[in-house]
Write a protein of this length. Structure first.
Length: 199
């Protein structure tokens, strides 16, 4: 597997841009749409935390185990969320997709499906990943449904696995998709997006 490096991934509607320190202000503005930091099951930066959020992501990038993106709506030019590759392990040709959130007004739209199609296509077809994984809070049922909608399979649950913002400890639900499963999943995602545009 090739080592993931900063790049821009785009469709006519959505663009994933490499995250930089200059994005902190736009990230904070996007998080304000829905006051997403109040959700105990997400990692969205609270007011005043966006610069540290970006710094953490870029530190992971420098260390080689993360590649963070900002998500931009092409038509309006607005930054509407963030996502990243993480837990990148080139030696076993595996990476995960996560740290994903969108401003409330862009949730339940074409944005998530489009972003995942871009990230998965790049992971499997350009980088040569053999497996792409996801993880989510056991109480984040919306995220679990969204991951399953991608065609990922549930691997299991890691109990008492990671701290939440409020100090409680979550169970983590793990999902994955193999390179062999990708072609069928890709066709389904393309179908979902074409259906969304026609409705």
């Amino acid at each position: 597997m090739k080592t993931p490096e900063p790049c821009t991934l785009a469709t006519p509607l959505v663009r994933l841009e490499p995250m930089t320190a200059d994005h902190a202000g736009e990230i904070e503005a996007a998080a304000h749409d829905g006051q997403l930091w109040n959700l105990r099951i997400t990692s969205v930066p609270a007011p005043g935390e966006a610069a540290a959020y970006v710094a953490f992501a870029l530190k992971g990038q420098a260390e080689g185990h993360m590649l963070p993106f900002v998500v931009r709506d092409v038509a309006s030019g607005k930054l509407v969320g963030t996502t990243r590759y993480h837990d990148i392990v080139p030696a076993i040709e595996r990476l995960e997709i996560g740290y994903t959130w969108y401003a409330k007004s862009w949730q339940r739209s074409h944005v998530n499906t489009t972003c995942k199609l871009l990230l998965m296509t790049h992971a499997f077809e350009t980088l040569g990943a053999k497996l792409v994984g996801w993880r989510t809070d056991n109480y984040n049922f919306a995220s679990q449904r969204a991951i399953e909608r991608l065609g990922a399979r549930k691997d299991g649950v890691l109990r008492h696995h990671a701290p939440r913002r409020d100090g409680t400890v979550r169970d983590t639900v793990m999902y994955s998709m193999t390179a062999g499963e990708w072609p069928e999943a890709k066709s389904q995602l393309q179908y979902l997006l074409s259906r969304d545009r026609s409705e």
